[in-house]
Design a protein around this ligand. Structure first.
Ligand SMILES: *[C@@H]1O[C@H](CO)[C@@H](O)[C@H](O)[C@H]1NC(C)=O
Ligand SMILES: *[C@@H]1O[C@H](CO)[C@@H](O)[C@H](O)[C@H]1NC(C)=O
Length: 251
């Protein structure tokens, strides 16, 4: 029997209400990754983060840029793209922006002082919040240059790590300590095993494809460990890989 138009309309309205935006939003995250070459496609952890750690339904975009400092990332217009991507995805997703710099800011020639680095990180974070997304500051991925005297990596991002943590804690911004986690891991597996992640022979900063997968997992595990309530359901786990990393065994 044919239903009346008002009956059909109210049935349709009920269906629409049951799949309202809130229920879609709560279950999906859109990741925007801001950073330098250690996040960027072809040498960083960002692409692997999106392709191997993000659960189905969530996704994102890797804005990592080779050579970028916190200043050039803005001057070059990339930051504007991040903000416009927040605006285009925030109605359907919870948008998170990871912010990881330092490797180029720290260079003598960068023209970015530590004070400016801190101010730039804070401005990225504040603009992320103002646009309706959540910023997460990451201390910079360790370089993997081993010193023969200690058979550990040379800690050459100490100042950038401390600056990043200062900005986060002083302003109540979410953060994870990728620098220490990545450094402890490579210090434990040692030089030969760590060399397997090099983008090219002798490149102890950038990551090949598998290196990207391993360090993306470290990022993901740190997020889930620290902010599990938010990220667990939107993360695709790899228990085998996480266990190897946790045990300090080469992955
Ligand atoms: C090497 O690094 C590990 C882990 O980060 C640390 O426990 C150890 O004390 C370091 N060894 C030296 C000689 O610095
Ligand atoms: C999970 O990690 C293991 C161990 O490193 C690896 O062999 C495997 O390819 C990973 N699985 C996926 C789906 O990435």
């Amino acid at each position: 029997m044919l239903k009346s138009l008002p009956t059909l309309l109210s049935a349709l309205a009920a269906v629409i209400t049951s799949v309202n935006c809130e229920s879609i939003k709560a279950s999906a995250v859109y990741w925007l990754l801001a950073g330098d070459s250690t996040t960027a496609p072809g040498g960083g952890w960002g692409d692997a983060f999106l392709s191997t750690t993000v659960a189905s339904g969530s996704s994102g975009h890797n804005y990592g840029k080779s050579g970028a400092t916190t200043a050039s990332f803005r001057a070059g217009g990339i930051w504007d793209s991040v903000v416009s991507d927040i605006n285009s995805h925030k109605s359907a997703y919870d948008v998170y922006v990871t912010i990881q710099f330092g490797h180029n800011d720290q260079k003598e020639t960068s023209g970015v002082t530590v004070a400016q680095y801190k101010a730039n990180l804070l401005r990225f974070a504040q603009e992320t919040s103002n646009a309706g997304a959540t910023p997460i500051l990451l201390t910079p991925l360790t370089r993997r240059n081993f010193a023969s005297s200690t058979s550990n990596v040379t800690e050459n991002l100490v100042e950038q790590r401390a600056a990043t943590i200062d900005v986060a804690t002083a302003n109540n911004i979410k953060w994870i300590d990728l620098n220490i986690a990545s450094m402890n891991y490579v210090n434990t597996i040692k030089r030969d095993a760590a060399s397997k992640y090099n983008l090219a022979s002798g490149d102890w900063t950038h990551l090949n494809e598998w290196g990207g997968v391993v360090f993306a997992r470290i990022v993901s595990d740190l997020l889930v460990e620290k902010y599990g309530g938010i990220f667990e359901s939107v993360t695709k786990p790899n228990a085998t890989l996480s266990a190897l990393i946790k045990a300090g065994q080469p992955a």
